[in-house]
Design a protein around this ligand. Structure first.
Ligand SMILES: *Cc1c(COP(=O)(O)O)cnc(C)c1O
Length: 344
């Protein structure tokens, strides 16, 4: 095979920032230790890159959503440090859990039965305290199927930790209530935003995800959390357009005077959805608006302010997540997880 030519897209991961974010969240968790949500391929940034960094920073508790995500993480951490949040939905999943030693998070009475019928063993238990997503209800905590479990970490998940909502204290109260009903070794409630809600929410183990990867779900974290993901793309063509000419699908931008534009190799498959229309890049302090719609594999930038940028040059996506979320109206979670596979 011939050598591959250099890529036109790249995703730089600032590993120091990732390690620092975990350490900061661990510190903010007070006496509790911070784990790490590494589901969705570390929120799109790559489990192979990120999991070793988190492990080396000191993390010992890793969470994925699906069993299909287990092998990639097991390359880097011992099985007993890894848990699957979606639990065991069938006997085959319970069997796989036991064979690998990875812990399921039991989410329902049915899951509890499947786990026990397959032989049982240490597991975690998710209790729904008001998000109505996954987890047993408070009333189900005294069911014999739950009482039969050997629960390591009793956990729940906050619905509104990124807001100053009464729901946070309501969920806290419900969680405390259920702690008295189910025997367990440890407790865990807070996601990234929950870590910033204060020590009452920390319990034994926190489970940040978003903030590890540079997301800022609450203003208290703004000065602490550093950007981790730096997507970059090459300008594949520059062109001069005249007043009255339009750019891109549906000709939604029309030049009011002659201008120089640059075509960047970024599009839907890379996670640059149409929400990016109207946003702008910043390169070396220069303001470079996106012109017209994102058109399949390309966007067009206004290079008026940056005559020095030419074909083959790299530009950085404005991926400071709180700013990018404001510009695109995508959530910080979406901005990370949509980044596509063409980033090298
Ligand atoms: C994804 C997830 C987390 C991490 O949440 P962030 O908001 O990304 O910090 C924690 N706990 C559970 C159960 C999750 O599903």
């Amino acid at each position: 095979m011939a050598d591959r030519p250099p890529p036109t897209l790249r995703l730089h991961i600032d590993k120091d920032a990732l390690a620092q974010n975990w350490r900061a969240l661990d510190r903010l968790s007070g006496p509790a230790r911070a784990g790490a949500a590494v589901k969705a391929d570390c929120y799109g940034l790559g489990a192979n890159t990120c999991v070793p960094v988190l492990r080396n920073a000191g993390c010992r508790d890793f969470f994925v959503a699906h069993w299909s995500e287990v092998p990639a993480v097991l390359e880097h951490v011992p099985a007993e440090q890894l848990s699957v949040l979606h639990g065991v939905g069938c006997a085959a999943e319970a069997e796989y859990a036991r064979a690998t030693g990875v812990r399921p998070v039991i989410d329902s009475l049915r899951q509890a039965q499947i786990w026990t019928e397959g032989g049982g063993g240490p597991c975690h238990l998710m209790v729904d305290t008001g998000i109505n997503r996954l987890g047993i209800s408070l009333g189900e905590a005294s069911d014999p199927a739950i009482q039969a479990l050997s629960v390591e970490v009793l956990m729940s998940h906050l619905a509104c930790a990124d807001e100053d909502s009464d729901k946070n204290t309501a969920q806290l109260g419900a969680f405390r209530e259920v702690m008295n009903k189910v025997a367990h070794r440890e407790t865990s409630l807070a996601n990234s935003a929950g870590v910033a809600l204060g020590s009452k929410f920390s319990f034994d183990l926190t489970r940040p995800g978003l903030a590890l990867y540079g997301g800022v779900p609450r203003p208290e974290l703004a000065d602490t959390i550093r950007q981790v993901a730096f997507p970059q793309a090459r300008i594949i063509q520059t062109r001069q357009i005249e007043a009255g000419e339009s750019v891109g699908y549906n000709a939604t931008f029309t030049a009011s005077s002659a201008m120089r534009v640059g075509v960047v190799s970024l599009g839907y498959a890379d996670g640059i959805l149409r929400n990016w229309g109207g946003a702008h890049f910043e390169e070396g302090g220069k303001h470079l608006p996106i012109l017209g719609k994102v058109s399949m594999d390309m966007i067009v930038l206004d290079l008026t302010d940056a005559p020095e940028i030419g074909e083959g040059d790299w530009v950085s996506l404005p991926y400071h997540l709180p700013d990018a979320a404001r510009q695109t109206s995508l959530s910080q979670y979406e901005l990370l997880t949509v980044l596509g596979h063409r980033f090298g």
